[in-house]
Design a protein around this ligand. Structure first.
Ligand code: ACO
Length: 431
């Protein structure tokens, strides 16, 4: 392969540096700017990491122009059609699809860790009943660090593997405990005979006084959403987990930072915001008025579930979810869902509007996901928690990849300082 270099010359000193472009296995070359600070005493400036790769990774690849998403090389469409969430989590973490024995062992390991310490359950009582579940989940995930710290050596691969088992197994239990706390219902213990998705639904919707029949379509749709949200390379929450984890902190503390970053409406909180937006718009005849507000920069209203930092074409996950919406709503007897009809119309109008066309704004993964979550009975305030359960697979995979990398360094960005230069302290009476 040809070595591609870029010459950078400092016009004031005439000093030149040759910067080498690194070749990924697929995708655009990545310019190695590491020598700049040493050779020229300058840093690079790239707010929001618009064109900066922060790490090397083998986990997920996105081609935003073509709308391609690969987990360890496998197109997300194939995994969505044929795989399960736990198999995809294995793939993300270990790099290969498991054989039958490996999958059985993996599922058993996850199943054996689904319970949480009873003391952790009591943490929920510290929250008011209407505390947002993301606040509860991020706090309780961080608290796991208090239970698994002294015995955990992050440089021991076996210990890292157990972190993966624990966090994947306990996230649904923690999420369900937050939900039951909101409702004031008794906590339902995990059922290890159920699949990952069915167990999650059982912990959410079962009550001790009655048996619950889980609709197979609900469990299937949930598993699909978990697959589609499992990883998305260096997104804000994953980068947060990497940055926190790069200090060598306890991995559960790092995952809790990921939950916090995911909560924002520009990221995972968008699924909740989309449904809120659809409810506010109400009917199709109100769409033009709403879009006029979106286009008015003074209004600060966004078309939630539209646009993406990387995708400048259809988000492949949005396509799959939209198709699934029809099937789920029909099977669960909710085919006349007015919010789904409204979302379809809103999408159609926006995709034919010059504002969205010229900015290459398309529906992202969360434009339709909330409609499926609602159809299977999950309330709006829990949507981002569901996303967090799924993204835990990616967070663990990235954390493990980073810690296992001998070249790992603490993440420590630089800045363009524009504050005052050195000045003399003045006494309070003379200010
Ligand atoms: N509604 C209206 N205008 C938008 C939207 C939107 N949803 N998204 C982007 N734009 C506009 C911006 O205002 C900007 O316009 P300008 O050029 O006139 O200033 C232009 O499109 C470019 O957008 P940026 O904000 O520069 O794009 P960026 O990559 O920084 O942001 C983001 C991406 C945060 C996802 C943005 O599109 C957004 O806020 N979308 C709505 C929230 C959402 O759905 N988030 C979920 C993302 S997917 C996920 O995290 C799972």
């Amino acid at each position: 392969m040809t070595i591609r270099t870029f010459t950078l010359t400092d016009d004031s000193t005439g000093k030149s540096s040759s910067l080498e472009a690194l070749h990924p296995t697929v995708g655009p070359d990545v310019l190695n700017i590491a020598p700049l600070a040493k050779d020229h005493g300058v840093f690079t400036y790239d707010p929001g990491f618009m064109s900066t790769a922060a790490c090397e990774s083998k986990i997920t690849y996105i081609d935003g122009d073509k709308g391609i998403l690969l987990y360890r090389g496998y197109p997300v469409e194939q995994l969505a059609a044929k795989s399960t969430f736990l198999e995809v989590a294995y793939l993300l973490i270990y790099g290969e699809l498991p054989d039958t024995t490996q999958l059985t062992e993996w599922q058993n390991n996850i199943t054996r860790h689904t319970m949480i310490n009873e003391s952790l359950l009591r943490f929920f009582n510290g929250f008011h009943y209407d505390a947002h579940p993301m606040a509860q989940v991020s706090a309780v995930v961080a608290s796991l660090a208090g239970f698994y710290h002294d015995s955990l050596d992050i440089y021991n691969p076996r210990h890292r593997e157990i972190v993966a088992h624990r966090i994947l197994a306990k996230m649904p239990t923690i999420a369900a405990a937050a939900y039951k706390h909101m409702l004031g219902q008794p906590f339902i213990y995990p059922q290890n005979s159920l699949s990952y998705g069915a167990n999650l639904l059982n912990m959410f919707f079962a009550v001790p006084s009655e048996e619950l029949q889980i609709h197979p379509m609900a469990a299937k749709a949930l598993d699909l959403l978990l697959i589609l949200h499992a990883d998305h390379e260096q997104n804000a929450s994953t980068s947060t987990v990497r940055l926190a984890g790069s200090t060598g902190t306890n991995p559960y503390a790092a995952m809790s930072a990921g939950v916090a970053a995911l909560w924002g409406p520009s990221h995972g909180g968008a699924n909740e915001a989309v449904l809120q937006m659809l409810e506010e718009i109400g009917t199709a005849d109100a769409i033009p008025k709403f879009l006029a507000r979106v286009k008015d920069k003074q209004d600060h209203t966004k078309l939630m579930g539209f646009g993406h930092r990387v995708y400048k074409n259809f988000d492949p996950r949005a396509k799959i979810i939209r198709e699934t919406c029809h099937a789920v709503l029909k099977t669960l007897g909710r085919s006349d869902n007015p919010l789904f009809e409204l979302a379809l119309r809103l999408e159609e109008v926006a995709l034919n509007d010059e504002y969205f066309v010229s900015r290459k704004l398309y529906p992202n993964v969360d434009f339709y996901s909330g409609i499926i979550y609602s159809a299977i009975g999950i309330p709006r305030s829990m949507f981002t928690v569901m996303f967090a359960i799924a993204r835990t697979a990616g967070w663990v995979a990235h954390w493990q990849e980073m810690i296992a990398d001998p070249a790992m360094k603490i993440g420590r960005p630089r800045q363009l300082y524009t504050g005052p230069t050195s000045r003399v302290y003045t006494d309070i009476h003379t200010r």
